[in-house]
Ligand binder design. Structure first.
Ligand code: DAH
Length: 339
């Protein structure tokens, strides 16, 4: 009996079946009512009592082995069957899923394009900056609150190395190594130590413009702003300038445009004022020109800076700023160009 059991064990370990029918034949051969293993169980009653324990155990092992082996072969055929059913030969070939431009890139490109028509070219600077380019060269006083740890991310507690909090740092980098005329536009990512919510993020994007030459006046700034606003938001757009303060411009202003949602009549978006703020601007402070090696007696300039997320919100009404950095393709697909 023991010999039979061992023989069967060997046979079963190397069982193969070419298809489901062959496998069923094997199951019948070993495990059906008249199968070889079943008949060993029938013979078991003739085994002498003192061997019952050992042989019983071996028989059970054999039966388990055979059941497992047959089940695992069965799975292979079942998988193959599933695959065969899953292929739908009538379906058309899967269309390629094409990525979309990010809405922030779309808007940035549009703004760059508008300024390039006025002769501005792109300038870039590093995101990890030093205090000089972000603050000191731009006329920030030693104790200006923007230098505070609460607003600025410093690198390794070194108060001189930090993540730029605005793209105005690129202004001073360019002025340091270029003499006027300068006409640049600087798009880029900036960082501030803000709690992340639907209306604030610790990184976002800005776009800065700088024009320095002889006789640049506030009228040039205003005309540039009007052209820009109308190109971006439509020819009916109105602008207004409110006096403001920035350390690096004097005089400084903030620009509002007539609310592009209600056309200036007043709605929730513009808090019923008919106007929405879109950027900061002003005449470059002579101190800034001088710090960067440009003679403020000979030259003057204007600068302006805006948040790209803000402009994008105005154009597309994205209610939650976090959507811009979550990379959810369903969101991105909303910005697919219509073909
Ligand atoms: N750097 C300012 C900010 O981050 C924005 C700004 C205001 C830029 C006035 C300018 C400017 O160039 O003239 O809030």
């Amino acid at each position: 009996m023991l010999e039979k059991i061992n023989n069967l064990k060997e046979q079963i370990s190397s069982l193969q079946a070419a298809n489901a029918d062959a496998l069923e034949a094997l199951r019948i051969k070993y495990l059906s009512k008249k199968g070889e293993i079943t008949s060993l169980f029938n013979d078991f009653r003739n085994v002498p009592n003192e061997q019952k324990k050992e042989i019983g155990q071996k028989l059970n092992e054999l039966k388990n082995l055979a059941t497992e082996k047959i089940n695992s072969l069965k799975e292979i055929f079942e998988d193959k069957n599933d695959d065969a059913n899953a292929i739908d030969l009538t379906r058309s070939a899967a269309p390629y899923s094409v990525g979309t431009r990010h809405p922030l890139s779309l808007v940035k490109n549009e703004i760059v394009e508008i300024f390039s028509r006025l002769g501005f070219t792109i300038a870039e600077g590093p995101e990890v900056e030093d205090d000089w380019h972000v603050f000191s060269s731009l006329n920030f006083a030693e104790d200006h609150p923007a230098r505070d740890m609460q607003d600025t991310f410093f690198i390794q507690s070194n108060p001189d190395i930090l993540l730029r909090t605005h793209t105005s740092s690129v202004q001073s980098r360019v002025m340091e190594c270029t003499q006027p005329p300068i006409r640049i536009i600087c798009p880029g990512r900036v960082y501030r130590n803000e709690a992340i919510s639907y209306r604030a993020h610790c990184f976002f994007h800005q776009l800065e413009a700088l024009y320095v030459d002889k006789n640049v006046s506030f009228a040039d700034l205003k005309q540039t702003l009007l052209y820009f606003a109308r190109e971006l938001f439509g020819q009916d757009t109105k602008i207004r300038l409110r006096p403001s303060y920035f350390p690096f411009t004097e005089p400084s202003a903030e620009m509002d445009i007539s609310c592009n949602l209600c056309g200036g009549k007043g709605c929730n978006f513009c808090k019923h004022t008919g106007w929405v703020e879109i950027l900061g601007c002003g005449m470059v402070d002579p101190n800034v020109l001088d710090s960067c090696g440009i003679d403020s007696k000979e030259y003057s300039g204007f600068a302006l800076g805006m948040g790209i997320e803000r402009i994008t919100n105005l154009k597309y009404q994205v209610k939650d700023l976090r959507m811009f950095s979550e990379n959810d393709v369903r969101f991105l697909e909303e910005f697919k160009p219509a073909h």
